[in-house]
Design a protein around this ligand. Sequence first.
Ligand code: AMP
Ligand code: MG
Length: 494
Amino acid sequence: MNGIVTNPIYQQLYRNLPAGFYAEPTPTPFPAPTLIELNVALLAHYGLEPSWFQSAEAAALLTGQTHSPDNPPLALAYAGHQFGNFVPLLGDGRALLLGQMAAHDGRAIDVQLKGSGRTAYSRGGDGRATLGSVLREYLVSEAMAGLGIATTRSLAVLTTGETVRREQRQPGAVLVRTATSHMRVGSFQYAATHLGPEAVQALADHVIARNFADLSSAEERYAKLLDAVNTRQAELIARWMLVGFIHGVMNTDNMSIVGETIDFGPCAFVDEFNPGKVFSSIDRRGRYAWNQQPAIAHWNLTRFAETLLPLLDSEQDRAIELAKQQLTRFAPQFSTAFYAGLAAKLGLAARSEAGDTFADTTLQLLAAHDIDYTVFFDALTIAANLKEDVALLELCAVSEDGQREASEWLQQWRTLRAMSPLDTASMRRANPRLIARNHLVEKAIAAAERNADYTPFRRLARALASPFDVATTDDELLSPPRIEERVTATFCGT
Ligand code: AMP
Ligand code: MG
């Protein structure tokens, strides 16, 4: 198929939704749209050729500077609870849905631009994105994919040739991202608030047909949709937490119906473990802290369930009862996924009561001694392989108390592991060596912003694609930040 340079984005599924769900923006000119990075591996994963994406036509389309006349892009409307406050109209204020392309397995993949200019939903915003925020999303979303966690993907970065005004002027850029859906809890809230139950039903049917096809002819399919969305979120949040990820802005508009991690703002991975850790500079009360994420997900899913009530039963009391039944399943589903994951991280083949208690003790030990979460589980995996504990004991050797606690802990670990050993290859798959540490992400962004030097960004992106098996030449990417390298807050940087 070499040499064929046609645009593979061929349809616009969201156009089938009722009127009111979207707007058609006009193109925004940019001085010099330039392709900086194309994720060729992601294209290969979809079975697509890179050639069109490298063309001049693509650079113009992928920055929103021209629109395809055959398949015009859309900006989607949605609502959302931001930090608990309901905002009836948010929508794609700086994003543009180009449409879908077909992966080799027949799946329709959404292609969306972020930073491509103003839309009907921009409110006071400029519709732009900074290069820094674009590179951050690229690195963190691709890190998630490397970790095997459901996520929107980053397909390309383009600079626009203009600077955008934030606290300081910064280079502007556009991220091209892909997803299996852009429907959010906030999309349902928008439909319920502005368009009524029929539109909610149309939206639910759209989502079922596209992303939950096994429910298409199911009885009580809307209750089952709620259940399926709950299950995906319970899994997702557990998997985030198991790698120390903090999303940072789990507003209902940033929660995907299909369970992909979406809208990477002030997100980060923890270095030294602290269950109440927050990075986001705007999250002053710790609403979206590491350990708050399951409760917040449940809160968001309750908002989702409220929008579905008219579809669940014509009698409101029965509908509420049905929704409650589904929602009570979230906590145990999360717990199962989380503790099963912790068992695997500890190298235990099966969950047990003793194992769960031990996992809690482990997290307390890490928090009490400010131990780096990823380094600890890496060292534990190495200890399981080599049957020696030196590196692990060193980690806890901050104080005499720490050392004594660590020795006792190790003894318990050996006893538990002897009863139920997980093979070391599976243990490794539960324990990444490399995460997108904030200081590395910041360094990569700084080099790009200051000198248009994308080498650190590319190196980090490449390494993050295989976080369980890191080349020795990338060893320095494994280290926690030195004190002077620590990043304590991340900004929305939109
Ligand atoms: P976020 O916090 O990134 O999920 O964004 C929340 C809302 O603000 C969404 O509706 C965005 O489209 C909108 N928004 C964020 N930044 C901008 C911007 N620079 N211009 C216009 N809208 C924006
Ligand atoms: Mg958002």
